[in-house]
Ligand binder design. Structure first.
Ligand code: FES
Ligand SMILES: [Fe+2]
Length: 466
């Protein structure tokens, strides 16, 4: 591994071109025991300036209101996974940014999204996800078919002015990709495929449509939704916030790629020692032992994996993961690179969705204002791969942690619970700190914080639009 790579001093480089000393993600990839797909190679970095961000973006009611009016109605939002509503009549109540939707499976297998509001006097038609033969309002009994057509008006004589055509439930736009169902309030805008590019091409290799929600944990966080999301956009807080994972996390070796307005990714090598720790006396076996002890996601902490003489921890851990997941999901992982079997590919979709890539059980984040400028609902899912020939299991229900329950209370998260608890411990103080700030400015790193800057550049485009 070229850990003595000579690079120009940071001050000699154009802004954003400096990288942490030591190997880059692509250097690890070059040592992979399998071919790594081309779309993972190379840099897609773009310098976007070094101006500070204003704290108003996170604490101002006026800014929050502008997001509600100008951004949320125009974006594709991850609303549900297919396995939450597999059968006709299944529906999911998805709520965000002042809207409520009924995501509903149709008899032909397609999905429609209706505004979840009775057209009589405005009661929400449903408050919980479930199955329905029709959507009958619990107030006076107006009813709609599951395709949104009017079914019944009680005391029909009193509503001569209403008919089938003016009483259809209003629909939102729906798009599907990789087992994910998206809604958009606006009828016009980019197609979902355009919006997600290049993911439909890249994820074709990882087939997220074969996966299902095996773990789903949520908690209300006392911080702005963007501040919360941004805590998961860079890996370099690991050194201070998650020191226990440094033995097997190449935090500062992470590659940050930005694509078009709505998409970017952080690629963090795992099963390598952080450049921040002293490697003296540390073996490749130690890296693997630490990785297994804390990783979770279907790898139990009592798993053993011996690193043969001369083999890297990455190669050994990838081999172990191929075996563990091969057995667990009855699939053949032999063609996937070490990188796809160990690394973190934290993809983001603007504004509030992060589906991890790669072939180990994928983590998925979603962040929603809950419901105000100071509060977020953070959800974490882990998607397991279905077994060939068997039906895709239904999604587990979302487990909502109480205000006083730590993320470690969700044993199904394994070692991730401790990590999320550490992240969440920062966030209320981030929000309080931004409110208390004298300068009202936030200074970003040119490289490692680029996804934060990219996010705000895109947000500004929405806010500036007429
Ligand atoms: S509010 Fe729904 S039937 Fe009256
Ligand atoms: Fe973190």
């Amino acid at each position: 591994m070229p850990d003595d790579v000579q690079r120009p001093a940071p001050e000699k480089l154009p802004p954003g071109a400096a990288r942490c000393p030591g190997p880059l993600w692509d250097d690890f990839m070059a040592a992979d025991t399998r071919p790594v797909p081309d779309f993972l190679k190379g840099e897609h970095y773009e310098y976007m300036g070094s101006e500070p961000l204003h704290t108003d973006r996170y604490v101002s009611q006026a800014f929050f209101q502008a997001e509600l009016e100008k951004m949320w109605p125009k974006v594709w939002q991850f609303a549900a996974r297919n396995e939450e509503l597999p059968e006709p009549g299944d529906y999911v109540v998805y709520e965000n940014a002042g809207r409520s939707y009924l995501i509903t499976r149709q008899p032909d297998g397609s999905v429609k999204a209706f505004h979840n509001v009775c057209l009589h006097r405005g009661r929400k038609l449903r408050t919980e996800s479930g199955w329905a033969a029709d959507f009958k309002c619990p107030f006076h009994g107006f009813a709609w078919e599951t395709d949104g057509g009017l079914k019944n008006i009680p005391c029909r004589w009193d509503f001569p002015h209403l008919n089938e055509s003016n009483m259809q439930l209003p629909e939102a736009s729906v798009g599907t990709w990789g087992g994910y169902i998206f809604v958009r309030d606006a009828a016009e805008g980019p197609t979902l495929e355009e919006y997600l590019a290049p993911y439909p091409r890249d994820f074709a290799r990882w087939k997220p449509e074969e996966t299902y929600t095996a773990v789903w944990v949520a908690k209300v966080v006392k911080a702005n939704w963007k501040a919360t999301a941004e805590a998961f956009m860079e890996a370099w807080h690991t050194i201070e916030t998650h020191p226990q994972i440094l033995p097997y996390t190449g935090d500062a070796n992470t590659k940050y790629n930005v694509y078009q307005d709505h998409t970017n990714v952080a690629m963090t090598p795992f099963a390598v020692m952080s450049p921040h720790i002293d490697p003296t006396g540390k073996s490749q076996q130690w890296i693997v032992d630490e990785y297994i002890r804390r990783t979770g996601r279907g790898v139990s902490a009592d798993t053993t994996a011996v690193v043969p003489e001369g083999m890297s921890a990455r190669a050994a851990m990838a081999s172990t993961n191929r075996e563990i997941y091969g057995q667990l999901f009855n699939r053949d992982y032999s063609g996937y690179s070490d990188s796809e079997m160990v690394d973190a590919f934290t993809y983001n979709v603007f504004p509030n969705f992060s589906p991890w890539g790669g072939m180990i059980p994928n983590i998925v984040y979603r962040w929603r204002p809950w419901p105000d400028v100071d509060t977020t609902l953070m959800e974490v899912r882990i998607l397991f791969r279905s077994r060939p020939g068997e039906p895709i299991p239904r999604a587990v229900p979302m487990r909502m942690l109480g205000e006083d329950e730590p993320w470690t209370a969700a044993a199904e998260l394994g070692g991730l619970g401790e990590i999320f608890q550490q992240d969440m411990a920062n966030l209320p103080y981030v929000q309080e700190g931004m409110k208390a700030s004298k300068t009202q400015t936030l200074e970003l790193g040119d490289y490692q914080d680029i996804r934060v800057r990219h996010f705000h550049r895109t947000l500004d485009k929405y806010l500036a639009a007429k």
